[in-house]
Design a binder for this molecule. Structure first.
Ligand SMILES: C[S@@+](CC[C@H](N)C(=O)[O-])C[C@H]1O[C@@H](n2cnc3c(N)ncnc32)[C@H](O)[C@@H]1O
Length: 321
């Protein structure tokens, strides 16, 4: 185990144990209680949203508002306790709950960001504005997080022609070749919807989102804790990125176990995502730009960095047509 034992006796045998992590099929609260104070570098939590979703026989996603908040305070109290000073906590939820849970968390942790995660395919609600984002709260324990290494992202481009969506005007030659600063609005995370990729009833998050969160707030060898396993996106991404991890899932853990068996497929997805991190343009965008005669010549660099645009791209005959 990655920490000194607190009250290890409550833990069952792990449902899965890998080189870097352990998943327990159990309620997250006793699992956290069994961990020592200050042993975790990063907590990421995507709890049930109390929207009457059927996760299985052991969970109840139809609590009264007060019950949901009380339960959230109970598990968050433990999450705060096991977090190291300087560690970070991310809480993914709908704005209605994160508004209240964020205010409550501010008593114990330092607020850093409310990240709006754009959600494209939600249903309109009569008498309300069209809900179009999830909230990802980001807190640190103590004034400053020990880790903070946000990745840079490519310029947002038109998916038809590769043209830049923001107008960088006369600043193109001063832009960092590693990409632009990441903002607190994440528009580039498509929900995992396709049957082939979606593994269970849990709302599976994308590897891209977890890759980003782990980049921001952890480094190799750190210990990541996610109390709500679902389909195991956090654990898979942690394993691929060389982070240690611990997790719990109160329902069936088979979808996570199966996913680990097929981790090489996940690695391929992750590696292709990594080609879009810390670059000014993704390969796809570059091909589109070349095909549509977009001018790349202004994108220069001031420092010593590598300019991906200096490498000429060779288009295949099919891509040229
Ligand atoms: C929204 S899903 C998490 C999805 C996950 N982030 C992913 O990407 O696949 C929430 C999960 O928490 C589990 N869960 C609910 N109550 C729990 C509890 N008390 N302890 C542990 N897991 C719980 C549910 O069964 C469900 O799989």
């Amino acid at each position: 185990m990655h920490s000194k034992n607190h009250n290890q006796s409550v833990r069952p045998k792990p449902a899965i144990e890998t080189k870097l992590g352990q998943l327990f099929q159990m309620d997250c609260i006793p699992l956290m209680k069994s961990l020592e104070e200050g042993c975790v570098d990063l907590v990421f939590a995507d709890p049930p949203f109390n929207l009457k979703k059927e996760y299985g026989p052991s969970s109840n996603d139809d609590k009264s508002e007060q019950e949901y908040l009380d339960w959230s305070h109970r598990w968050l109290t433990e999450a705060v306790r096991i977090l190291k000073p300087g560690g970070s906590l991310f809480l993914y939820n709908i704005p209605k709950w994160n508004l209240q849970l964020g205010a409550w968390l501010s008593q114990y942790l330092t607020f850093r960001h409310w990240v709006a995660v754009d959600m494209k395919f939600s249903l309109p609600i009569s008498g309300r504005l069209y809900p179009s984002h999830y909230s990802l709260l980001y807190f640190s324990k103590g004034k400053k997080p020990t880790r903070f290494s946000p990745p840079r992202v490519p310029i947002e481009t038109c998916r038809h022609c590769g043209g830049e969506i923001p107008d960088y005007g006369g600043y193109k030659d001063r832009m960092n070749p590693e990409g632009v600063n990441i903002t607190d609005v994440w528009r580039d995370l498509s929900p995992v919807r396709h049957f082939r990729y979606k593994r269970r009833k849990a709302n599976e998050l994308s590897i891209k989102m977890m890759d980003r969160v782990l980049d921001i707030a952890s480094k190799e060898g750190d210990l990541v804790f996610d109390p709500f396993g679902g389909s195991g996106t956090t654990y898979i991404t942690a394993e691929l990125k060389g982070r240690k991890w611990i997790g719990s899932e109160i329902e069936d853990c088979m979808p996570i176990i199966e996913r680990f068996k097929a981790i090489e497929g996940e690695r391929a997805i992750w590696l292709s995502l990594r080609k879009k991190v810390n670059r000014l343009f993704s390969d796809e965008a570059m091909k589109l730009r070349q095909r549509n005669g977009k001018d790349n010549s202004k994108y220069r660099i001031n420092g010593n960095g590598h300019n991906p645009l200096e490498k000429p791209l060779v288009l295949s005959a099919r891509e040229k047509s």
